[in-house]
Design a protein around this ligand. Structure first.
Ligand code: ZN
Length: 404
């Protein structure tokens, strides 16, 4: 599917600011949050905030083998999971003395809480509203890439039947599917070679950073963060379905994605701070890839995760900041006023064709270069032979006959 021209673009190619969403100062009380790695909403519209308290992820946090360098520190000693209602009232606090570097959080249909901790290299399942771990996948503090090891896992998505997916993650570039008992079913994905001189292919990731399932569970979509795109797959077998990508409007990074029931189904994305992104913002995209609206370009600084209320009428954004609002709520101040702009969906056949075209162009280029080189060699040899012959003749002609 080709990209349509967008007559509403500014001279710099970015979409004009015309946001119908406003941020609200919604969290009540003296709630002290650190950087918020993850945010999610359960079926009862309770919001779960997974934050890092006083911890930050710096250049020395991990060594080159991705081993966490602060294992001798105690785990975060305050509650890292904060449950709040849609009005910002704190309902419950969980997750103290358990985590080292909180990242992703989701809540399944039975209200079990699922989290990832990139320092522990683990994905965990907790019973509803409790600190009781029911399932732990990954080996504590030990990175790896097999059925019992992750490397900085980022996100989890859970099917209604209890099967679940782990995005793994910062180092492994794969999606791993488990059954409800934690037995590995399948995995897929490989790393995008970086820096890459071609468009990344389906199934390649440069940090699969967030997962979301559509309501009918027909698609599992992945925020392929540093490739600046969303890839959607068939949950039952991991087959690639399609990709959503539009650098001009969304940016060169997609930090997170959440399915929304708004307008019959859509996706909410957040990009991140990157010098060549159009702006830090959230984008609402239709299921077919049209950009419906944007939000947060005047408020967001470093969005890291996004969640949507059950009806889709509110969007929650987690921020990795220490000096500002770490969890935003956005609501539309006008309803039903979405702008439709450009198509951002590209199907696999187009991607493959582009790849093949590029491959064909490369092959033609290489073949042409080889031909030119060969002709040059032959021509040079011919010239050299003629010149040698001429030299020989000249020499012969200069030599006395006795020296022949
Ligand atoms: Zn992250």
């Amino acid at each position: 599917m080709s990209l349509n021209d967008n007559p509403g673009e500014n001279d710099d190619g970015a979409l004009p600011v015309n946001e119908d969403w406003v941020s609200t100062n919604w969290l009540k009380g003296d709630l002290r949050l650190g950087q918020v790695g993850g945010i999610t909403v359960d079926k009862n519209d309770v919001i779960y905030i997974f934050h890092r308290a006083d911890r930050t992820w710096s250049s020395g946090t991990f060594n080159l083998e991705n081993v966490f360098q602060e294992q001798d520190h105690a785990p975060i000693n305050v509650s890292t999971i904060i449950m709040v209602d849609k009005n910002g009232n704190v309902l419950k606090k969980l997750g103290e003395h358990m985590f080292y570097m909180p990242h992703g959080i989701t809540v399944d249909h039975d209200l079990n809480i699922w989290v990832t901790d990139v320092a522990l290299h683990q994905a965990m399942k907790f019973k509803p509203h409790s600190n009781d771990a029911e399932l732990i996948k990954g080996t504590r503090f030990i990175p790896g890439k097999d059925s019992s090891h992750f490397c900085k896992p980022t996100s989890i998505a859970v099917l209604q039947n209890g099967d679940f997916f782990v995005a793994d993650g910062y180092c492994n570039s794969r999606i791993v599917k488990f059954d409800l008992n934690g037995k590995k079913i399948l995995e897929w994905g490989r790393s995008t070679i970086y820096p890459n001189m071609r468009q990344p292919l389906p199934g390649e990731f440069l940090i699969p950073h967030a997962l979301t399932l559509t309501r009918d569970e027909s698609l599992l979509c992945v925020a392929d963060r540093e490739n600046g795109r969303v890839q959607c797959f068939v949950p039952s077998n991991g087959n690639f379905s399609h990709v959503l990508s539009h650098m001009q409007s969304i940016g060169h990074t997609v930090y997170s994605i959440a399915y929304s029931n708004y307008k019959g189904g859509s996706f909410v994305l957040v990009n991140g701070p990157k010098t060549w992104n159009p702006r830090v913002q959230g984008v609402i995209v239709s299921m077919t890839g049209e950009i419906l609206d944007r939000f947060g370009s005047t408020t967001l600084k470093a969005p890291h995760d996004v969640a949507v209320s059950t009806s889709g009428d509110a969007v929650y954004v987690a921020e990795i900041t220490t000096d500002g609002t770490q969890a935003f709520k956005f609501i539309p101040n006008t309803s039903g006023n979405f702008r439709r702009t450009n198509i951002v969906s590209e199907d696999v056949s187009k991607l493959k064709k582009q790849s093949e075209d590029k491959g064909l162009a490369g092959a033609i280029l290489i073949t042409s270069a080889c031909l030119i080189f060969s002709v040059a060699i032959v021509f040079s040899a011919f010239v050299y032979r003629r010149s040698r012959t001429q030299i020989a003749k000249d020499t012969v002609s200069l030599l006395p006959h006795s020296e022949l």
